[in-house]
Design a protein around this ligand. Structure first.
Ligand code: ADP
Ligand code: ZN
Ligand code: MG
Length: 475
């Protein structure tokens, strides 16, 4: 990106709520059931059917509002957002407009503009020639999804790069997951993100004309799409052109951005208050019930790790953004004399490298065993190389690190005759390195240390080897 321009990004996120039933009727929520098996007059939009708001969805919206530090409206109302589309049988979506249930707030470094309740549209499936049901290419509608409760979260335009958008969305997803309000699966569509993108001259505080990238269905595509759109806008402006306000589709395969439509304005939707629904009235008891259910959330947990355990910001986030890692880490931390930062490094580094996305608690490495391994390492009883071998053994078989060290003879060669002899052999075998070292080129110590490490299978203490080399060569 040209440093002359600063990207400005605001996100709109649709979160499917994990309620038992739909937003305004008693139909069961189902993902993956046969099409059109969960419908009724309300969610099919039949004339005369009357909606009733789902209390659990309201509760979830309050949980989200509290987690994002929003102000909760004591009384908010639903509006009809009118537009025609085959996945919207009523001809309008019931949403919230000027009085949303949650407004203001912040998550991490991004301010929240609002969060409101609404219903999802049905699912349009475009069937190609191969999958056709009746004839040529066609589109079919599955109304199972129609009426699913959604919370739409709208941020302020506070994001400044594609990478930040991705990282922030990860934090939001983790927060929602830990609240237990949604499956937050981007591939399945229970978390969907639109990105609004503009650029402006660096240092300016005015907003440029934005475009909207629709429905990025993975974190990687979101990042790539935003990056591509920033590049497109910069190239356009540098060539003397102007960004048009429009909605774009990003194709992750070709990397192309194609206009879907010019942006509609609020007045195009003819918003008006939904006459069939009473206002959502949130009393103190409802807020208290939601507050009582709030767990410690990733952002707060990361802060606590930095403040109380003095972890680096990176480690704190890596742990706090994954509930399973955080729980594992905190359990390992119970061990006597545990060193938080070293432990954190081993959990997020070596352990995750071995168990991947899986919960480490389900592995054979007990948290106490990892703590002990890290303690052995810090006491220099074993070298980092040996510690990795012990961890391999723990992942494979479980057990006690101390016992593995003894059984496998992995204890560090801290000093003593054995190491001294090896260092002498290494020096004798490499007169070239010795000459360089004597001439003051300390880099030449590499092959000497390498020799000793090979001979000891990584059990030698590198610092001790260096000390012995200096001693022998009188450096
Ligand atoms: P619209 O009326 O077009 O929907 P809103 O003002 O409601 O626009 O904002 C929608 C989203 O776009 C919000 O996330 C907001 O932060 C973001 N946004 C608004 N203006 C800009 C801009 N100039 N550049 C980038 N994002 C923007
Ligand atoms: Zn229904
Ligand atoms: Mg808007």
């Amino acid at each position: 990106m040209s440093p002359a321009y600063e990207p400005v990004i605001g996100l709109e996120i649709h979160v499917q709520l994990k309620t038992n039933t739909k937003m305004f009727c008693g139909c069961e929520l189902s993902f993956g059931d046969p099409p059109n098996t969960h419908t009724c007059p309300v969610c099919l939009g039949l004339p005369g059917a009357l909606p009733v708001a789902n209390a659990r969805a309201v509760h979830y919206a309050l949980l989200i509002g509290l987690a994002l530090g929003c102000e909760l409206a004591p009384r908010s109302i639903f509006h009809r957002k009118n537009y025609f589309y085959p996945d919207l049988p009523k001809g309008y979506q019931v949403s919230q407009y000027d009085v949303p249930i949650c407004s203001g707030g912040r998550l991490g470094d991004v301010r929240i503009h609002r969060a409101h309740l609404e219903e999802d549209a049905a699912k349009l499936v475009h069937v190609g020639a191969s999958g056709r049901i009746h004839g040529a290419d066609e589109s079919v509608v599955d109304f199972n999804r129609g009426g699913t409760p959604l919370v739409e979260i709208v941020t302020e335009p506070d994001v400044r790069s594609a990478a930040q958008a991705r990282e922030w969305l990860t934090l939001l997803r983790e927060t929602l997951r830990q609240l237990g309000v949604s499956d937050v699966n981007m591939e399945e569509g229970s978390l969907r993100c639109d990105a609004n993108v503009s650029i402006r001259p660096a240092g300016s505080d005015r907003l440029g004309t934005k475009t909207e990238l629709k429905n990025m269905n993975s974190f990687r595509y979101l990042e790539r799409g935003v990056e591509a759109e920033i590049a497109r806008q910069v190239a356009l402006v540098e060539a003397g052109g102007q960004v048009e306000q429009e909605t774009l589709h990003y194709d992750p395969v070709s990397g192309s951005l194609t206009p879907l439509r010019s942006k509609e304005e609020a007045h195009d939707y003819r918003y008006f208050p939904e006459p069939d629904l009473v206002p959502i009235v949130v009393d103190e008891a409802m807020v208290a019930a939601a507050r009582a259910e709030l767990p410690e959330l990733p952002a707060q947990r990361a802060e606590r790790y930095e403040r109380e355990l003095e972890l680096s910001a990176d480690s704190a986030r890596q742990l706090a953004f994954r509930a399973d890692l955080a729980a594992y880490f905190e359990q390992a931390l119970q061990a006597d004399g545990a060193h938080p930062q070293t432990l954190a490094n081993w959990v997020t580094g070596e352990l995750v490298a071995r168990v991947g996305d899986g919960d480490p608690a389900a592995s054979k490495v007990a948290p106490a065993a990892l703590a002990k391994l890290v303690a052995l390492l810090r006491a220099k009883t074993i070298t980092p190389g040996a510690a990795k071998q012990v961890l391999d053994a723990l992942v494979a078989e479980g057990g006690d690190p101390q016992a593995i060290v003894e059984a496998e003879g992995l204890g560090a060669l801290g000093g003593g005759d054995e190491l001294d002899e090896l260092v002498q052999r290494a020096l004798a075998a490499d007169p070239d390195a010795v000459a360089k070292l004597k001439a003051g080129n300390m880099k030449a110590i590499g092959p000497i240390v390498g020799f000793v490490m090979r001979e000891t299978k990584g059990r030698a203490d590198g610092g001790e080897v260096t000390r012995l080399v200096r001693e022998h060569l009188k450096l």
